[in-house]
Design a protein around this ligand. Structure first.
Ligand code: IPM
Ligand code: MG
Length: 372
């Protein structure tokens, strides 16, 4: 059986286009293997949008995203836009599309690969078997709060941002966190700064209220500074980490290092379920656009390929099939092929394109126990 699905492909800037190319290769292999069929349409975002349309989120790109079943994104940002007005910096394209599509739930799975445990800067016994899901609120908090401004000049200059959360905003992300915990090891740690921040005090109260609907889930609360420390001290204690936008941004970069490289960490950003059962969704690596490496066929495409796998699972229901992408990645890493960020003794250094080719080829060769 073949089904058509519409995917908006937004490669973005820096290393975005070259890692996206690898994800598309793997998607082609997936189509061939499982007889599925996807309609891909590319559009500019971030710096690419500024170059083509003068804005980081061109209207046509947003329209395409709204009309697609899922968005597969690369990354945004480049040094050459550093001096632009902050309102039209490339990062705004990402923040605007998250907001416009209502993508409030950001899922960042942090899973260790056995063959990479020596790559992490932490001791192997600390990171072996790590499997954490960071559930980050993505459309609220200090990223979007008003008022925000820079005012005055010289010694009178000041700047401020607003960290604001409403009850419904906390409740809906808390529910995502608890549902996620239910489908996993049933432990949820909610991270806040309730000893200092009013927004965190509300966060904690709402999480406790929602917890009553999930008696099977063991819930605890941790201050964000302690959570940052515990992630390094004993990361295996975590199953689901539920947290607000900025804490999630920081903790997910930290957590990625447990896997050895930020280049291994995918993400899914989901909106509310609509009446037709569908939800807006955008899939992107958790890392940035690394412009210093752009165009060098050097960086790790795994986070982008894993983001593709998350898309196939969450937006299109190909759970078992997508798991074969993970298997293909693991196989290629086990065979010793590595990009520079995850290199180790005795491994073979390969470029972005070769790693992508090898993962696509490995996927095709895996015995296909499932078909669609
Ligand atoms: C991320 C990134 C973004 C964020 C930037 C590029 C705006 O760091 O997705 O984690 O802060 O959310
Ligand atoms: Mg970040």
């Amino acid at each position: 059986m073949s089904t058509s699905h519409k995917i908006a492909v937004l490669p973005g800037d820096g290393i975005g286009p070259e890692i996206m190319e690898q994800a598309v290769k793997v998607l082609k292999a997936f189509e061939q293997k499982f007889g599925a069929s996807f309609e891909l349409t590319s559009a500019p975002i971030g710096g690419a949008g500024i170059d083509s349309d003068g804005v980081p989120l061109p209207e046509g790109t947003l329209k395409l995203a709204q009309e697609s079943d899922a968005v597969l994104m690369g990354s945004v940002g480049d040094f050459k836009y550093d001096n632009l007005d902050p309102k039209i910096r490339p990062e705004q394209g990402l923040l605007q599309i998250r907001k416009a599509l209502g993508l409030y739930a950001n899922l960042r799975p942090v899973k260790g690969y056995k063959c990479l445990e020596h790559v992490s800067t932490l001791k192997p016994e600390v990171v072996t078997g790590i499997d954490v899901m960071v559930v980050r609120e993505l459309t609220g908090g200090i990223y979007f709060g008003q008022p925000r401004a820079r005012e005055g000049s010289g010694k009178d200059e000041k700047a401020f941002d607003t960290l604001v959360y409403s009850q419904p905003e906390i409740e809906r992300i808390a529910r995502v966190g608890f549902e996620m915990a239910l489908s996993r090891r049933k432990q949820l740690v909610s991270v806040d700064k309730a000893n200092v921040l009013a927004s965190s005090q509300l966060w904690r109260d709402v999480v406790n209220a929602v917890a009553k609907d999930y008696p099977q889930v063991e819930v605890s609360h941790m201050y964000v500074d302690n959570a940052a420390m515990q992630l390094i001290l004993n990361p295996k204690q975590f199953d689901v980490i539920l947290t607000e936008n900025m804490f999630g941004d920081i903790l997910s970069d930290e957590a990625s290092m447990l896997t050895g490289s930020l280049g291994m960490l995918p993400s899914a950003s989901l909106g509310e379920k609509k009446a037709n059962g569908k939800r807006n969704a955008l899939y992107e690596p958790s890392h940035g656009s690394a412009p210093q490496f752009a165009g060098q066929n050097k960086v790790n495409p795994v986070a982008q390929i894993l983001s593709l796998a998350l898309m196939l699972e969450y937006s299109f229901g190909y759970k078992q099939e997508a798991a074969q992408i993970d298997q293909a990645i693991e196989q290629v890493l086990n065979e010793g092929y590595r990009t520079f960020d995850i290199m180790g003794e005795g491994a073979t250094l390969v470029g972005t394109a070769e790693l992508g080719d090898r993962i696509a080829a490995a996927l095709l060769k895996l015995p296909s126990a499932v078909s669609v």
